[in-house]
Design a protein around this ligand. Structure first.
Ligand code: NAD
Length: 290
């Protein structure tokens, strides 16, 4: 396929390189100067999007996505597919989909989980919103860039799935970290705590697959001095998006809000920026109740 790829950063760069390596003709664009193996660069987003079968975007936020969409949709061929893989707010995803629909371009929101390692290794998971026709056209590309693509329904539902998942992740990581800190103060050995919880009803991905206590459970960022992994800053971004969506849908999400508030303090005033999101554990360790 002929593919336009806009946003060649930490995630987009390796995703575009994997598509080129698999034999697709990839034309890229980024506002920063970049060089990606196998990808030829265009002078503008519109130029990268012109006459392609599929255009993929991987951008920082919803406002940038909206402005890039305004520029590229008029340049895109009718019947071509516009796949946005960025993590953005549901409202922006749906607004961009409407712009594309009006121009007979098939829109899809397809945010990912798996991080930079998943982008490099082609093992991302895609959560996809959009029509069956669009999903079927892009499915072979998801197979190259990832290991799994779940079609979650119409436009916006991919973003909805992503922020609901990450709201659960933020809440369970905090619960796991505060429980470890309480266990410490009660004199409970961390290995015993892990052995019990990981096989009891308190188990979760945060405990079992990504244990925030160094030296306990499978290898995780805790074993590498809390180098991300999944940065606390990105967790905060996703928790903010989930609260924005909860506001706009009038959903009561008290624990999601508490998680957002905690990660806000952690990132903005407690040195958590640049650390893995599981570094909540040393944060709780240092604190007392008052
Ligand atoms: P990044 O900052 O490394 O890359 C974004 C790229 O977009 C940059 O190269 C930037 O120059 C480019 N850009 C900005 N404005 C542009 C414009 N108008 N036109 C063209 N290019 C433009 O960020 P990233 O880590 O690659 O993340 C991209 C998206 O993926 C974000 O929405 C993020 O939330 C999501 N995400 C990231 C991770 C991760 O672990 N990094 C994991 C899952 C999802």
């Amino acid at each position: 396929m002929n593919i336009g790829f806009i946003g060649l950063g930490n995630m987009g760069g390796p995703m575009a390189a994997n598509l080129a390596r698999a034999g697709h003709v990839v034309t890229g664009f980024d506002t920063a100067s970049v060089s990606i193996e196998g990808v030829s660069l265009a002078g503008s987003a519109a130029e990268a999007a012109k006459d392609q079968d599929v255009v993929i975007t991987m951008l920082p936020n919803g406002n940038i996505l909206r402005s890039v969409a305004e520029e590229i949709v008029p340049a895109m061929r009718a019947g071509s597919v516009f796949v946005d893989c960025s993590t953005v707010d549901v409202d922006s995803a749906r607004a961009v989909a409407e712009t594309a629909d009006k121009a007979d371009v098939l829109p899809m929101d397809a945010p990912v989980s798996g991080g930079v390692g998943g982008a490099q290794g082609g093992t991302l998971t895609f959560m996809v919103g959009g029509s069956d026709a669009a999903f079927n056209k892009a499915a072979p590309l998801f197979e190259i860039m990832g290991q799994k693509a779940v079609h979650c329904g119409p436009s916006g539902n991919g973003q909805a799935a992503k922020i609901c998942n990450n709201m659960i992740l933020g809440v369970t990581m905090i619960a796991t970290c505060e429980s470890f800190a309480l266990a410490d103060k009660l004199g409970l050995d961390r290995q015993a705590m892990f052995d019990v919880v990981s096989t009891s009803s308190g188990y979760s991905w945060s405990m079992n697959a990504y244990c925030p206590a160094p030296g306990i459970g499978p290898t995780s960022p805790a074993d590498n001095d809390y180098t991300p992994g999944f940065a606390a800053d990105l967790m905060l971004k996703d928790l903010r998006l989930s609260q924005q969506a909860a506001e706009s849908a009038d959903a009561d999400t008290p624990l999601g809000k508490a998680a957002m508030d905690l990660y806000t303090s952690f990132v903005e005033s407690e040195g958590g920026s640049g650390q893995d999101f599981s570094a909540m554990l040393p944060r709780f360790e240092k604190r007392s109740r008052g």
